[in-house]
Design a protein around this ligand. Structure first.
Ligand SMILES: Cc1ncc(COP(=O)(O)O)c(C=O)c1O
Length: 429
């Protein structure tokens, strides 16, 4: 080995340009990244390598549900890491069993499989659909236009947006897309090959669009009538983001017949580990043993470390009543976004969403953004970044707000004031 091989890499801490260079040379450029190099976080705030502070209203796209560097998460990580990080799924471990029980308790009678990511959880549900329909030659899953289900081959096939499929043809067969919130279209699309229908309770990437109660109840009845599995992707909209554990529980609150509603399968990821990677899917009781021994697996699925952290996340959410926090503060924030729409209709069209899964829909053709070569939502998000707030665009017109569930009221006010300032700046032209 040459001497130079032993030279440690240059220290790049606090060097924006040096870190950008490392990425340019060494990291696959598959992401459109913002010009921010982040270094650390505390609660609802993030800091870049120059020490600038940002209010994080994006939470890593609905992942960091307890904010950053939460002491309970750090302690759970350390404690479990000192005991046991990983064993194979050839063996039983207590954290996986306990986490499965906590998820079942919050959804309904059934069983849970653990994965590492959202796309992998959805892949499991696609396999469940195929297993379910296999003996009758049924394999097809109907998903919604504008849905998002992940970046694997199955995920892009399931996703109802052409932009994720482009360049990766031939697309995996077995998926067709139907208009969201349109029950008649779902009925009309069912073919002899259909095994399942999959939807998000609230479309996230597609523009923060909640399913209507009628659609959810109607799909349940349709799936029962046609012997199809009703699958839900709760990866972005789940884990208390809407104020209830799963979005369907919130959407169907107080709706006659809603309390009996359950999907047949439901995927989770993102907030489940509060930032530590873990995904899962729940299968309703009658189908819970369809994936028998040898049919499915994942080396890192449900490690003791991931499950111990996810258990702690649930405990903190419950102890600190963060579901109520998301509902109340989210409701307040949404009311304020509606006020912006009333006061500045040339800039803000309306608010969208539920709880802490919110969208600010921008008006079409805002003159101040007309000259830019980027979509309006991206330009708006860039202006928010410059003003110290991190958010995430959804499509070309919608700015998503996905704050940590433990966002403080003062932080919500701080974020709103900055959003309002950007809206006013655009209204002024
Ligand atoms: C609704 C939904 N499904 C699936 C995924 C894919 O999850 P992951 O990126 O963890 O694979 C995402 C990610 O944004 C999502 O929002």
């Amino acid at each position: 080995m040459k001497d130079s091989d032993l030279t440690p890499p240059a220290i790049v801490r606090n060097q924006h340009a040096a870190i950008r260079e490392l990425f340019a040379k060494n990291v696959v450029p598959s992401y459109g990244r913002f010009e921010l190099v982040l270094s650390h976080g505390a609660g609802s705030h993030l800091f870049d390598v120059s020490g600038r502070r940002y209010l994080d209203l994006g939470s890593g796209i609905a992942v960091c549900c307890l904010g950053h560097a939460h002491p309970a998460i750090t302690a759970a990580l350390v404690e479990q890491a000192q005991k046991l990080i990983h064993v194979s799924n050839l063996y039983f471990t207590e954290p996986q069993g306990r986490l499965a029980a906590e998820i079942v308790k919050r959804i309904g009678a059934g069983k849970v499989f653990f994965s590492n990511s959202g796309a992998e959880a959805n892949e499991g549900l696609f396999k469940l659909a195929r297993k379910f329909g296999h003996d009758e030659g049924r394999f097809e899953v109907l998903t919604a236009i504008n849905s998002f289900h992940g970046r694997t081959l199955g995920g892009i096939a399931a996703t109802g947006q052409d932009k994720v499929k482009k360049g990766f043809e031939p697309i995996m067969p077995g998926f067709r897309h139907i208009p969201f919130n349109d029950l008649a279209a779902a009925r009309a699309a069912i073919s002899p090959a259909t095994a399942a229908i999959m939807i998000e309770g609230v479309q996230g990437e597609g523009g923060v669009t909640p399913a209507t109660p009628e659609y959810l109840l109607g799909l349940r009845a349709l799936c029962d009538e046609k012997n199809l599995l009703l699958l839900m992707d709760g990866i972005q909209c789940g884990h208390y983001r809407t104020g209830r554990f799963q979005s369907f529980q919130r959407i169907l609150e107080g709706v006659p017949g809603g309390e009996k509603f359950l999907p047949d399968g439901l995927s989770m990821a993102k907030s489940l580990g509060g930032g530590f990677p873990i995904g899962a899917f729940w299968i309703r009781e009658p189908y819970a043993d369809l994936l028998g021994p040898g049919t499915h697996g994942s080396t890192f699925g449900g490690t003791p470390l991931a499950c111990a952290v996810a258990l702690k996340v649930l405990e903190v959410i419950e102890q600190e009543k963060l579901a109520d926090q998301a509902r109340k503060l989210g409701g307040w924030l949404q009311g304020e976004l509606d006020r912006l729409a009333r006061e500045w209709p040339g800039v803000v069209k309306r608010s969208r969403g539920l709880g802490f899964l919110l969208g600010l829909e921008l008006a079409e053709n805002i003159p101040a953004l007309a000259g830019g070569d980027k979509p309006a939502a991206l330009q708006f998000v860039n202006r928010l970044h410059a003003a110290g707030v991190l958010t995430v665009p959804a499509g070309t017109q919608i700015v998503r707000l996905l704050p940590p569930l433990n966002l403080m009221p003062a932080e919500a006010r701080e974020g709103l004031a900055i959003i309002e300032a950007v809206v006013k700046e655009l209204a002024a032209g």
